[in-house]
Design a protein around this ligand. Sequence first.
Ligand SMILES: N[C@@H](CCC(=O)N[C@@H](CS)C(=O)NCC(=O)O)C(=O)O
Length: 207
Amino acid sequence: MSKLTLRYFDFDGGRGEPARLALHIGKVPFEDVRIGMKDWPQHRDQTPFQALPTLEVEGRVIAQSNSINRYVGKLAGLYPQDNLQALLCDEVMDAAEDVGTRIGGTIDLPADAKKKAREELAAGRIPRYLEQLQLRLQAAGGEYFADRRLTVADLKIFQLVRWLRSGALDHIPKDLVDRVAPLLVQHFERLANRPEIAQYYARRKAA
Ligand SMILES: N[C@@H](CCC(=O)N[C@@H](CS)C(=O)NCC(=O)O)C(=O)O
């Protein structure tokens, strides 16, 4: 297989993080290119949709985080082979993407408008998504979102829950997930304690 290059911003999170984790867990060799925000303007127009992440594979530059997650999930053995389980995996990843897109749409708003928009999200849409995601986790057996094993859906939700609980999002209470969907917090903690994930972040912290 030709070399893979995953490009994303230089922080441990966001839309590029599930693919980084999947490639790491699956021991799939890849170049982990991290782009600083100050360098982003010079990279933006070289990406297909002026956005990251991108995955370079066999000379092609591919965009769209969930498409990348599915592809690297297959390479890493973290994507269901069964069609229905794959559908469950995809639904969860796309729901997480919806939440990220809605919050992302508030980032550049003026302060007052951002506060209003985020308070509305925290009172309405986000709890709805969290509750539905929790129901899906329960329906899938309570431990994983699909296939009764770790898949890229788990990594996508891990990243979302980590972000929502980080306290980095003004006007979105950082205990929202804990209050609305405690099973997602348990899922997050189980993943965070998996040796391959715990060791990954320990190494990142030390780097
Ligand atoms: N639908 C795309 C959205 C990509 C996206 O909006 N990426 C953000 C970072 S998470 C970005 O590149 N923002 C930089 C910019 O818009 O200038 C995906 O899922 O990959």
